[in-house]
Design a protein around this ligand. Sequence first.
Ligand code: F6P
Length: 348
Amino acid sequence: MNPQITSTQTGASEAASPTYPVGSDKVQVRNIGVLTSGGDAPGMNAAIRAVVRSALNYGLNVYGIYRGYHGLWRGDIQPLNGRSVSERLQRGGTFLMTARSETFKTPEGVAKGIAMAKVFNLDALVIIGGDGSIRGARDLALMGMPVVCIPGTIDNDVACTDYTIGYDTAMNTAMEAIDKLRDTASSHERCSVIEVMGREAGYIALNVGISCGAEVVLIPEQPHDFNRDVIKRLLECRNRGKTHYIVVTAEGAGSAVDIAYRIEEKTGISARATILGHLQRGGSPSARDRQMASIMGVRAVEILRSGQLNRIVAYKNGDVTDVDLLEGLKMTKTISMDAIRDSLIIAL
Ligand code: F6P
């Protein structure tokens, strides 16, 4: 392991924008550490399994780093073998466990993590997580620890990839729950307000809203006017003969409890709130998540074997590919407002 990046930046500053030195950015990887970080997502186990089995197949050694970045600086590190990942493919959560480490957000925390990686002779790390975890990986890379990231979060909000592991399962979990809520809303002629996960991202809310025929979808990316976008819209639906209603809100767009209260107060329509919460993060991964996780895990090892460093595995235009870590973090992703408009038209 040797420093790979010219910048002297050690923190998480976006302004640093360092570049990797051309020609010296290759390293002979023998020992790989793998960790999961941030919110867990169904399919993370499948990704770990793919990394482990694929690396072993090429004669590399794999170490599991338990409890994310927190476990890295604590040295919570154990060798993994082919049997360590048996029976993991179909399980939700992450057997390596995960955490949101505050210590790791400081340059000292990152340096401690790298020092511990050296103790275990780790040449490179595979980091499975969402945007925050990938930024943590960037901080490691900037201090000389080679990394490859696999996007894993139910939020699907990693800009450089069209797909993140866990998204499909979470969508299906939310969809099944909302179908059930529609049954009871229909029987009681009520409005069911469902809060799905997504503090900063509305992908689950929007796409599950479309999948369930929600009359109203609220997402953090699109500010709403409560009277126009919720009250007026529900009354339009009622005047067209609808007798029950589904309102889906992302957690970052408004609280279901508050929204249900205001709907009932302003319209007289009986409303009930349900917060799906962490239910959406658990459960056996869908076929799509298992498949994507497996392909992305194998790709991460291929990247390291080819001597490349500091990449993010990505799914773009129907293919699994990879992008430079710093370039990937500069990218932005926008939710299609057409999709929102269309979903509302067909729900009326
Ligand atoms: O991992 C993403 C996510 O599930 C978000 O949708 C949600 O806002 C957040 O994590 C919840 O985090 P925690 O589990 O730490 O409460």
